[in-house]
Design a protein around this ligand. Structure first.
Ligand code: COA
Length: 272
């Protein structure tokens, strides 16, 4: 949505102060570990845009809280699998040979939104080492969350998602739906279902300072049923833990990550 339309639909701008009030009313508390998926335009016009949202989140979480956001860079992946857009087969070797290697400082996020991209660039924020599926974090648990992110099975047991699970962290959907609830991918790694497939992925990384095209195994992840799973979760007894509310104009949900991951494991085993 254009900024012009956002201004027109907003009665009063959200501010760092008003965002903090909304986040607290939703249930965000000091000391929490929170993984945030966001859309700035959904919030109505925010005075200070993404910087104000990151600041408000950090103020509410306080010095004991840990803020986490996805920093995925899906453009650094096996080109034969690209869909939006696909590229001609004759380009695949050129891309494998020339795509710049993942650099946690330089490589931008892709399709994660301006709030996640702004957070990524903030001084002191740590970013995990996965070339496609990295996460950023700041706060006392940041190292625990982002360290030791394995190249293979990048959203599985050796990923920031599993570390947030260990820490009893929360997921905050800030103006976005369950289709963006990345933690549900962790459930895909954990669940046993008949259509589960292991695939070969590829990405350019630095090994001892030299660029190399690495290949590695991953689960063939699929978020196409996440919105449906989210609806079932929300309506279920397990979903009673979800807190709903507005932050600015955005419809938001805050949930303990464990509950949605565990529910999704059972759902996938029954339905996929
Ligand atoms: C894709 C996605 C980021 C798009 O959301 P969006 O609100 O359109 O985009 P952003 O959050 O980047 O915000 C930028 C928009 O904010 C608007 N904007 C600009 N200034 C603003 C302000 N001060 N206040 C409010 N909105 C403003 C602009 O319209 C801008 O859009 P433009 O770049 O087209 O001009 C969002 O739908 C999404 O999917 N987020 C979750 C990503 C994620 O975590 N994925 C994980 C899955 S693995």
């Amino acid at each position: 949505m254009s900024e012009d339309k956002i201004v027109k639909k907003t009665k009063m701008p959200a501010t760092i102060e008003s965002l903090q009030t909304d986040l607290r009313a939703l249930g965000v508390r000091p000391g929490m570990v929170v993984l945030v998926h966001s859309s700035l335009s959904a919030m109505g016009w925010v005075c200070g845009g993404a910087v104000a949202v990151v600041t408000a989140l950090q103020k509410v979480l306080g010095s004991t809280g840990t803020l986490v956001m996805p920093a995925h860079s899906s453009g650094l992946s096996e080109p034969s699998k690209w869909e939006s857009p696909p590229v001609p087969e004759s380009w695949w070797p050129v891309i494998r040979e020339n795509m710049p290697a993942y650099d946690p400082v330089l490589t931008p996020t892709r399709a994660m939104g301006i709030i996640a991209e702004t957070f990524r660039k903030q001084r002191g924020v740590l970013r995990s080492s996965h070339p496609l599926d990295s996460f950023c974090a700041c706060g006392p648990q940041a190292s625990y969350v982002v360290d030791d992110h394995s190249l293979s099975f990048g959203m599985g047991e050796h990923s920031p998602l599993a570390r947030i699970y260990d820490l009893h962290g929360f997921v905050l959907l800030l103006g976005v739906g369950y289709g963006n609830n990345t933690s549900m991918h962790l459930a895909e790694y954990r669940a046993n279902f008949s259509t589960k497939r292991i695939v070969q992925e590829g990405a350019p990384i630095f090994v001892s300072g030299s660029r190399t095209w690495a290949t590695f195994e991953d689960v063939d992840i699929d978020s196409s049923d996440f919105d449906r799973i989210g609806e079932d979760f929300f309506r279920s007894d397990a979903g009673q833990v979800v807190r709903q509310g507005k932050v600015g104009l955005a419809s938001c949900q805050l949930m303990p990550q464990r509950d949605v991951v565990d529910f999704t494991v059972d759902w996938l085993e029954e339905n996929r």
